[in-house]
Design a protein around this ligand. Sequence first.
Ligand SMILES: Nc1ncnc2c1ncn2[C@@H]1O[C@H](COP(=O)(O)OP(=O)(O)O)[C@@H](O)[C@H]1O
Ligand SMILES: [Mg+2]
Length: 236
Amino acid sequence: MAIVEVSNLNVQFAGKTAVSAASFAINEGETFSLIGASGCGKSTILRVLAGLQREWSGEIRLLQQNIRPGARFQGDLRRNVQMVFQDPYASLHPNHTIYRTLAEPLAIHREAQIPERVAEALMQVGLPADAAKRYPHQLSGGQRQRVAIARALLLRPKILLLDEPTSALDMSVQAEILNLLNRLKQQSGMTYLLVSHDADVIAHMSDRAAFMAGGAIQHEYDRAALVRGEHRMDAA
Ligand SMILES: Nc1ncnc2c1ncn2[C@@H]1O[C@H](COP(=O)(O)OP(=O)(O)O)[C@@H](O)[C@H]1O
Ligand SMILES: [Mg+2]
């Protein structure tokens, strides 16, 4: 069953087309990836699906619910669609402890047992309990990305939007984070929409991938094509 359905999505910035007639669907539990050169519109699609980019046209259904341009995501929708950004340092508040960073979304959604939930989230992403007391600058890049993933998972979303989640990390740390993401997905049955420019990452993670150029989806690769490496020319 499709959990993300995008049809004929268009996004313009000051009259310039960033996304052009993009259509794709993602089934529940799948990892679907977007590949293509810098500037082709990948992040813009993720920002639309996260409710961060509200000016667009076309048709979007998330979790069987129609989304309208201009709408703020609220309630279940807001909880169920979470995003992890490329640069974990920029996405964490420098003056907030990890505890505060993780407790805040729970408090906003009026969740109970916040200290327990924060401890559980840290454990899920393989961080020690005392990481809660630290500030972002006291953690490594990989640990910071684990915090960003923990924050995204706190509200137990159904859809995780991952925008180059390992591009800012060292090679060895990249593999750890990707394995963590795959393990979390197996445990929870989440659906992933992943952006990466790394052909190995795409092949390792994805059930299907779409290649974009100039804001438009050019073609899709199924799992067999990804295993054969047919996407490698595109994923530069
Ligand atoms: N907030 C914005 N304002 C103006 N132009 C933007 C904005 N965000 C993205 N763009 C432009 O839209 C196009 C697609 O950008 P983006 O989605 O970030 O590409 P990608 O993630 O594939 O590198 C680019 O030409 C970019 O310069
Ligand atoms: Mg981008």
